[in-house]
Design a protein around this ligand. Sequence first.
Ligand code: C5P
Length: 227
Amino acid sequence: TANRPLAGLRVAISIGGTREPLDPVRFIGNRSSGRQGFALATEASRRGADVVAIVGSIESHPPRGLNSIRVGTALELRDAMLSEAQRADIIIMAAAVADFRPAVAGEHKLKKTGPDQGETVELVQNPDILAELAGSRRDSAQVVVGFAAETGDASASAIEHARDKARRKGADVLVFNDVATNDVFGAANNSVVFLDGRGAELGAATGTKADVAAALLDVVQTLRSAR
Ligand code: C5P
């Protein structure tokens, strides 16, 4: 119907950061607050979707009544997403997944070895969950969405990095935000550009995270209706 355009559809969305353990008390984490993901979950439910959220570390309040699965590490998030993806019509990777994890998570707390002694931690790469999900769709109508927070550097501007990433990951929509010009972490507002799998612009949105969520779901609905 007109005001419940996602009725009958299932949305699986990952939200928040991952925590990669170094030892029983320490981890490598990131600054994802979960706000943009929660705004998306709320808006998708309002539009009639059946939403399941896979939630890592967060610094914001989940909306009341959200159906959620809590995860810690990137590997746990991957397991949950791959399993939920089987039933999902729309997949949104809004989580900030750690690209690397410590090669070994010590069973015992790391100790200082002496005064002025440094420590080296070996990291190994985590699997790219978004690329895996985009490469293993259950059917051609399934829409896969990712996020890309970028900064420009000497080799390319922020959006050029995002266009490259869009081509590499193969998602239907990559939501790009420039984190150098945009203090997005934990903030109420966001400013984004939607890129397709070839790096071409599908649209843009600026406003509250709820406004950005609504604009993204409009893009997703347009894609689905074209399939
Ligand atoms: O490569 P980068 O971390 O910038 O990519 C961002 C997008 O890819 C986000 O949608 C994030 O959820 C996803 N991602 C992933 N698995 C990783 C790293 C990122 O699914 N290991």
